[in-house]
Ligand binder design. Structure first.
Ligand code: NAD
Length: 485
C-alpha cells in the first residue's frame, strides 16, 4: 500500500471540462494506487444545481475508461459531494465551510485542505479572499491552493492577481499548474542531463549548436475561441510551457531536487533572457502566424471558428529565437515554436550538436531528440562509417521509445501533479518569480506586435507553420530538424 495522505479537495469549477477530463480521472488513479484510500473527500462546486447523486454519476462517467470494477468506481464516487455555489456569494462559503467541516469529521481528514481553482482566473482573487474570510482555510492541517492557467494576461495583471491571492495565502501554499512540468519526459530532461556524464559534459556551447523546442497541436481552438482570440499562442503557450521547457533544458545543475534549488536555477535562466528583437523584417527574433483553411479546405480557417472575430489578428502560431544572455549560452540559439492546427500533435526537443572542426570527415551534425508527447523516449543520431571502402559516413539512429504498454501504465501529468500537491512538493510548479519574469519577456514581444499594422502571416491548417519560421533559422545557417515530412 502506498503512503496515504488525508485530505479534503474542494474543486471550484467542478462541472467544467478540465475537472471532467483530467481532475477526476487523476484523483481516481491516485485512489487505485492507494495514495488516497479511506481518508479523503471531494467537494465539487459550480453554479449549476446538481445533487450529490448526479455529481457522483458524472464522476463515474469521467473515469469509466480506467475503472477496476463498477463496485470500485462506486465506492470511489461516494467520497464526492456537490454544492451549488456562486463564487461571489458570501453565504455560499458559509455553507461550504459547514460541509467541509462535516466531511473532515466523517473521514478523519485532520484539517488538510486542497482548494483547486479550476475556473476562470478572473475569480481567483474573489475565491481566495472568501476562503480566508469565511475561515475555510483551517488552522490545524495544511491549506494548499492549486491554480490553473492563465495566470494573468501580462506582467501587470499577473502581479495584481498574485498580490490579491497573496493577501490570503502565502507563496508556499500556492501550486501554479504548468502541466508540462508534470510530464514524465520534461522531468526526465534533468535526469538525462545530470545523471549521464556523457551528456552533462557535452551540454555546453562548445558542443551544442542549437536547441529546438516544438510544441505543436493538430486541433484548432475547438470551443475555446472566445478565450483564445484574446490570448493567442504567445500568451497561451510561450509565457508558460515553452519558457519552462527552455529553463529545464539550459539551467545549471541544481544542488538538489528541492523546489528551492530547482526553481532558483530555472529562474536564473528566465531572468537572463535577452530582450528579443521584434521587427517586421528578417532581423526579427519572433514571428507569428494564423491558420487559414487547409489546402484541401476540409479544415476551416481560424477566422471562421466559433466565437472568433472574422478579422482577428490573433496569432495561432509563434516561432522564435531565444537568446540566453550568459557566457555559457549566449552563442547557442534556442529556437522554439508552437501552434494550433499544425501537421501533427507532438511535443519534442531536438538538440543539434556541432560538426567536427577537422577536415577528416564530411560529417553531419549529431542530434539528440527528446520525445515528450505522444511518443516518449530518446533518439540519438550520430555519424557512422558506411560499409565498404573509404571513410564515407552515413547517419546511424539509436532510439529508445517507450512501449504502448509502458505509456499506458505511466501516470498522466495531472496525476503526478496532484500527488505532488498532496505531498507538499512544489518542485514541478511555477513559482511567482518565474511567472513574473516570463511575462516580462513575452510582454515585450506582445507590445511590439500590437503596434504593427493590421497584418498577420497565414499558414495553411495542418502544416508546419509559415515560411517565416524557417527563415528564422536559415539566417544563422540552421534548419528545423523536425519538418513533419
Ligand atoms: P469550463 O468553462 O469548462 O468550466 C468553468 C467552471 O466554472 C464551470 O464548472 C462553471 O460552472 C464554473 N463557474 C463559472 N462561473 C462561476 C461562478 N460565478 N460561480 C461558480 N462557478 C462558476 O472551464 P475549464 O475548461 O474546465 O477550465 C477551468 C480552468 O482551467 C480555466 O482557468 C482554464 O483556463 C484552465 N485550463 C483548462 C484547460 C482545459 O483543457 N479545459 C487546460 C488548461 C487550463
Amino acid at each position: 500500500m502506498s503512503h496515504e495522505t488525508k485530505a479534503l479537495f474542494i474543486i471550484f469549477g467542478a462541472t467544467g471540462d478540465l475537472a471532467h477530463r483530467k481532475l477526476y480521472p487523476a484523483i481516481y488513479e491516485l485512489y487505485k494506487k492507494g495514495y488516497l484510500s479511506k481518508s479523503f473527500a471531494v467537494i465539487g462546486t459550480a453554479r449549476r444545481e446538481w445533487s450529490d447523486d448526479y455529481f457522483q454519476e458524472v464522476v463515474r462517467d469521467s473515469i469509466a475508461d480506467g475503472i477496476e470494477s463498477e463496485e470500485h468506481a462506486k465506492e470511489f464516487s461516494t467520497h464526492f459531494r456537490y454544492q451549488s455555489h456562486n463564487v461571489k456569494d458570501t453565504a455560499h462559503y458559509v455553507t461550504l465551510k459547514k460541509l467541509a467541516d462535516e466531511l473532515d469529521e466523517e473521514y478523519g481528514l485532520e484539517g488538510n485542505r486542497i482548494f483547486y481553482l479550476s475556473m476562470s482566473p478572473s475569480f481567483f482573487g474573489t475565491i481566495t479572499s472568501h476562503l480566508k474570510a469565511q475561515s475555510l482555510a483551517t488552522d490545524e492541517g495544511f491549506n494548499r491552493v492549486v491554480i490553473e492557467k492563465p495566470f494573468g494576461t501580462d506582467f501587470e495583471s499577473s502581479k495584481e492577481l498574485n498580490d490579491e491571492i497573496n493577501s490570503s495565502f502565502a507563496e508556499d501554499q500556492l501550486y501554479r499548474i504548468d502541466h508540462y512540468l508534470g510530464k514524465e519526459m520534461v522531468q526526465n530532461i534533468l535526469a538525462l542531463r545530470f545523471s549521464n556524464p556523457l551528456l552533462e559534459n557535452s551540454w555546453n556551447k562548445e558542443t551544442i549548436a542549437n536547441f529546438q523546442v516544438t510544441l505543436s497541436e493538430d486541433l484548432g481552438v475547438e470551443e475555446r475561441g472566445e478565450y483564445y482570440d484574446k490570448s493567442g499562442a504567445l500568451r497561451d503557450m510561450v509565457q508558460n510551457h515553452v519558457l519552462q521547457v527552455v529553463g529545464m533544458l539550459t539551467m545549471n545543475r541544481p544542488d538538489s531536487f528541492t523546489p528551492e534549488d530547482v526553481r532558483r536555477e530555472k529562474l536564473a535562466i528566465i531572468e537572463s533572457l535577452k530582450t528579443p528583437v521584434v521587427t517586421q523584417d528578417e532581423t526579427t527574433d519572433f514571428v507569428r502566424g494564423q491558420y487559414s483553411d487547409s489546402s484541401d479546405q476540409k479544415v476551416k480557417a481560424y477566422r471562421n471558428e466559433d466565437k472568433v472575430d472574422p478579422e482577428s489578428l490573433t496569432e495561432t502560431f509563434v516561432a522564435g529565437q531565444i537568446t540566453i544572455d550568459t557566457d555559457e549560452w549566449r552563442d547557442v540559439p534556442v529556437y522554439v515554436r508552437t501552434g494550433k492546427r499544425m501537421a501533427e500533435k507532438l511535443s519534442r526537443i531536438d538538440i543539434v550538436f556541432k560538426e567536427t572542426t577537422s577536415d577528416l570527415f564530411n560529417d553531419s551534425p549529431s542530434t539528440l531528440t527528446i520525445f515528450i508527447n505522444p511518443d516518449q523516449g530518446v533518439e540519438l543520431v550520430i555519424n557512422n562509417k558506411k560499409i565498404g571502402p573509404g571513410m564515407d559516413l552515413e547517419p546511424m539512429t539509436l532510439a529508445s521509445l517507450r512501449s504502448k504498454e509502458t505509456l499506458k501504465n505511466s501516470p498522466e501529468a495531472y496525476e503526478k501533479l496532484i500527488l505532488d500537491v498532496l505531498n507538499g512538493d512544489e518542485t514541478h510548479f511555477a513559482h511567482w518569480g518565474e511567472v513574473a519574469e516570463s511575462w516580462k519577456y513575452v510582454d515585450q514581444i506582445r507590445q511590439t506586435w500590437d503596434s504593427f499594422e493590421d497584418h498577420i502571416p497565414f499558414y495553411p491548417a495542418l502544416s508546419v507553420g509559415p515560411a517565416e519560421a524557417n527563415q528564422l533559422l536559415e539566417r544563422n545557417g540552421h534548419h528545423w530538424v523536425y519538418t513533419a515530412e
